[in-house]
Design a protein around this ligand. Structure first.
Ligand code: GDP
Length: 193
């Protein structure tokens, strides 16, 4: 793939801070520390565009990345981090709910799950909610490199069952470490644009 033009354009905590040029948006959702930043960096071929961190739950903003002047990746704050206050959780919920239910530019969600473990209650709640709103979602099961090849199918099944995916619902095996699944994810995103 030719070189990707990608730039961080800003963080938003409220709607008037969202981009204004009406490009389509693809949002990323996932538990804190699941590997969203690493996925963004791998997808865009950048080492440090999105900040990976050992401090889960820190980012409470929606971070926008403009890609090839064609669309935005909107990185939503990670959910499911126990050590944040109720007030912060409530503010998070309002911001995300507003973004997901009213953002006209939004074409779909990339929902990032950890392949290693069964989906958590928070994962299920998020996925059910996306379906309820009617947003197209692709589930990406990441950290595939941490599971031996012979066990992938078992773990994919665990994700499918844990989220109650239907047979046609997309599920992509991914690794930010070795780039597995990257082309497939690109194709899926491009279909939304
Ligand atoms: P975020 O909080 O969801 O943005 O998660 P990060 O991208 O910061 O990743 C959290 C931790 O998981 C970091 O230590 C990453 O290096 C690691 N990580 C993320 N994706 C992968 C992956 O595909 N494979 C492996 N082995 N580690 C990963």
């Amino acid at each position: 793939m030719s070189k990707i033009k990608a730039e961080f354009v800003g963080s938003a905590v409220k709607p008037d801070q969202y981009p204004r040029d009406a490009l389509p948006e693809i949002a990323l959702a996932g538990r804190s520390n699941v590997g969203k930043s690493s996925l963004i960096n791998r997808l865009l071929n950048r080492r440090k565009l999105a900040h990976t961190s050992g401090k889960p739950g820190k980012t409470q903003t929606i971070n926008f990345y403009r890609v090839n002047d064609r669309f935005y990746l909107a990185d939503m704050p990670g959910y499911g981090f126990a050590r944040v206050s109720k007030a912060v959780k409530a503010a998070w919920g309002r911001m995300i709910e507003h973004y997901l239910t009213s953002r006209k530019e939004l074409r779909g969600i990339v929902h990032v799950i950890d392949l290693r473990h069964p989906p958590t209650a928070d994962d299920r709640q998020m996925y059910d909610w996306l379906k309820h709103i009617g947003l197209p979602a692709i589930v990406v099961a990441t950290k595939a490199d941490k599971i031996s090849r012979g066990r992938w199918q078992k773990h994919l099944k665990q994700v499918r069952e844990g989220l109650s995916l239907r047979s046609g619902d997309p599920l992509i095996l991914f690794s930010a470490q070795n780039g597995q699944g990257r082309d497939e994810l690109w194709r899926a995103i491009q279909e939304w644009l």
